[in-house]
Design a protein. Structure first.
Length: 300
């Protein structure tokens, strides 16, 4: 009898452990990398969150991969909706050659979204991804419901990309240049940057390959051309009729804070959030506030 009880106890313990593991939510750090073919690209992507409501597709920054997203932001958004994180053509684990223009990047992103079968999506475009998001929203209002533009610039809004990158790569204080690119020199911002980097390195297995010079060169050209080609009649922004949440830092040294304010003035239905003492990584420095703002905006 004692042996029988022991067996039942062991089975119950094993079942409890298995149930706990099964119940653990999938996060950016634990989600498996999936693949789907579209438009000639073998796209790498991950999905987390609940499959209710309108999903949100994340569009990444210059040379960034899936694993460059902040888990605090992605997992926070996923508490209320399905979040899709992917590598666009030629980036990370996705196949193909990286386009050197925002238009083709937008076409590729559209092919990926359609391959997943979505009829309606929200977009979070960060930095270079924000330029892609503007194109998609303007050209496909039937697909895009709402847009979040984070630390980005409008067409002709200007950039200091090469100067800021060169300064960041030549500094010796931090091994990761994102500390200089994304954060200010204040104590609180530096601490936020260090915490951000720790979060982005939490995933140890099945990480995306790092971007090489071919990715950087093509994306730099795309970003520079888009942000320096004047759109004097604001044709692109005027075509965006969806609700837009613009988020920026008080001193974005890569894509000027002034460009975010200009977008706010030009767009038909926009809100602007500017975080204090922050640079190009404002949504990571203020991740809790940003997730709250973003969820409130998307839920309305």
């Amino acid at each position: 009898m004692k042996k029988l009880i022991a067996v039942f106890t062991l089975l119950a313990s094993a079942f409890a452990v298995e149930s706990a593991v099964a119940a653990a939510p999938v996060t950016l750090e634990t989600a498996p990398t999936k693949f789907i073919d579209a438009g000639g690209t073998h796209f790498a992507y991950r999905t987390i969150g609940t499959k209710t409501g309108v999903p949100i597709v994340l569009l990444q920054h210059f040379t960034g991969t899936i694993d460059y997203w902040d888990p605090a932001v992605v997992n926070g958004l996923a508490k209320e909706r399905e979040v899709i994180i992917f590598d666009n053509t030629g980036v990370g684990a996705s196949s193909g050659k990286v386009p050197d223009n925002v238009e083709q990047m937008s076409t590729d992103a559209l092919a990926f979204i359609k391959a997943l079968g979505f009829q309606k999506v929200d977009l979070l475009g960060y930095s270079l991804g924000g330029m892609i998001a503007q194109n998609l929203a303007a050209q496909h209002p039937e697909l895009v419901r709402k847009v979040i533009l984070a630390n980005t610039a409008h067409q002709g809004g200007g950039n200091d990309l090469m100067k800021v990158l060169n300064d960041a790569m030549s500094q010796k204080t931090y091994p990761d240049p994102r500390m200089v690119l994304f954060f200010t020199e204040s104590k609180s911002s530096i601490e936020a940057g260090q915490a951000f980097l720790k979060r982005t390195h939490a995933r140890q297995k099945d990480r995306d390959p790092e971007a090489g010079p071919d990715v950087a060169n093509a994306q730099a050209k795309a970003l520079i051309v888009f942000s320096t080609t004047q759109d004097s009649s604001n044709k692109l922004l005027s075509a965006i009729t969806q609700p837009v949440l613009i988020v920026t830092g008080s001193n974005d040294t890569m894509l000027p804070t002034d460009s975010s304010y200009a977008m706010f003035r030009i767009l038909k239905n926009a809100q602007l959030v500017m975080y204090p003492d922050s640079n190009h990584g404002a949504i990571f420095q203020y991740h809790n506030q940003f997730v709250t703002e973003a969820n409130n905006f998307l839920n309305r």
